[in-house]
Design a protein around this ligand. Structure first.
Ligand code: ADP
Ligand code: MG
Length: 371
């Protein structure tokens, strides 16, 4: 059912206080797993989430990307019912957990940003305890724990006390715990933050493996390449404002249309014939040649095969093709510029070279910036 404009008129507005007294009519699309409507959260004067409208569909591997303080944890806490929105609505599987729909939480696996362990209990004791909480029968618990500990590669550490686990091992135990109830949706809140490189790598491998199984995944992260590698869709959040929501591919395509994408082709036999052929190819906006290396700037990544064909068609013997893809980091910095605040999408386009130089400093500042 389409939501009419009257629905929106009835909703409380940001900044006017009050809680979600009015129930918003819901769409009937069962493939929508997470939905929020004009979600706002104030902590005192801090406007942590602003008019957030977001939908996550069944099977999405959804990246929720934003720097520290963007509102990611607040958003997941609202979804799960731990924090009440100031205004607006949130739904999980069509149910409002803030209005009595808590039973849907049994379909959700959670890897929170912090998890309390009992250092003197073994890994098995932890999983067994939570398995009981979920109401799994003894035999199911045993087989499920065995299956999951293999998945997270802790099968040889199950009888060890968690106090002796590395941070990465603990995080993998939390992931096993989140999967105990065979969830239809898994929510990860910054699952690799604070892990050493090896631990983070292992958790990422696991995320990738889970994502490939088709379970709807919501991954909040401030690590750009993590979202880029694992997710199919991405929402960019900055200071509580949703700046972008699209597939990673769409975002890259849109961005390369304004900033250009670099394609490097190394040929054995450079020459004007090849250069002319590349220049004459649709989508090529700039071309530089240096010895055997041609660097073409293209405005559409879909034109890559055409450029390669042009080189071959002009008799070029290709040794190497490197596509310097727009990274999510480029994108993120394009959409969130400290000087421009939430309105950043309107920011004037910076030429690619300038953008690169600027992005390095801003990226490192951003990585350090804990609020
Ligand atoms: N319990 C709280 N009380 C007051 N302010 C909070 C609280 N939780 C979060 N905030 C503030 O809300 C904003 C969003 O925080 P958070 O959701 O933790 O962001 P993220 O998870 O993206 O780092 C930040 O400005 C943070 O300081
Ligand atoms: Mg957080």
């Amino acid at each position: 059912m389409a939501r009419g404009p009257d629905v929106f008129m009835a909703m409380p507005r940001a900044g006017q206080g009050g809680v979600t007294a009015v129930h918003a009519p819901r769409g009937s699309d069962p493939s929508v797993v997470i939905e929020t409507l004009r979600l706002n959260k104030f902590y005192g004067k801090v406007h942590a989430l602003r008019d957030l409208d977001l939908q996550v569909h069944e099977g999405d591997v959804f990246g929720f990307l934003g720097p520290n303080g963007a509102g990611k944890t607040t958003f997941t806490k609202i979804l799960l019912g731990f924090v009440k929105p100031t205004t607006g609505w949130s739904y999980l599987f069509g149910q409002d957990v803030h209005a009595g729909g808590r039973q849907v939480l049994s379909r959700v696996g959670i890897v929170p940003d912090q998890f309390g362990f009992y250092p003197n209990l073994t890994g098995r004791a932890h999983l067994d305890f939570y398995g009981r909480l979920y109401g799994l029968a003894a035999r199911d618990r045993e087989s499920r724990i065995e299956e999951l500990t293999k998945l997270v590669r802790l099968e040889h550490r199950m009888e060890t006390k968690v106090g002796g686990y590395s941070h990465g091992m603990r995080q993998r135990l939390v992931i096993a715990h989140a999967l105990l109830n065979d969830p239809d949706l898994i929510i990860f809140d910054e699952p690799t933050t604070g892990l050493d490189p090896k631990g983070a790598y292992e958790v990422r491998q696991l995320l990738r493996q889970l994502a490939s199984r088709g379970v709807t995944t919501f991954l909040s992260s401030h690590i750009l390449f993590e979202v880029e590698e694992i997710c199919t869709k991405v929402a960019i959040l900055n200071r509580g404002v949703l700046l972008k929501l699209a597939t990673v591919r769409e975002l890259k395509k849109e961005f390369s249309a304004v900033s250009g994408e670099q394609l490097e082709i190394v040929v054995d036999n450079p020459g004007t014939r090849i250069l002319d052929a590349v220049r004459g190819t649709k989508g090529v906006v700039d071309l530089k040649a240096e010895a055997q290396r041609l660097t073409a700037t293209i405005d559409d990544p879909d034109q890559v095969p055409k450029v390669v064909e042009a080189v071959v068609g002009a008799g070029g013997r290709i040794r190497r093709v490197v596509e310097r893809q727009v990274s999510l980091e480029d994108l993120f910095l394009h959409y969130t510029d400290d000087g421009l605040g939430p309105g950043a999408p309107q920011k004037p386009v910076v030429p690619p070279g300038v953008h690169q130089a600027a992005s390095t400093t801003r990226a490192s500042r951003w990585k350090e910036g804990k609020r």
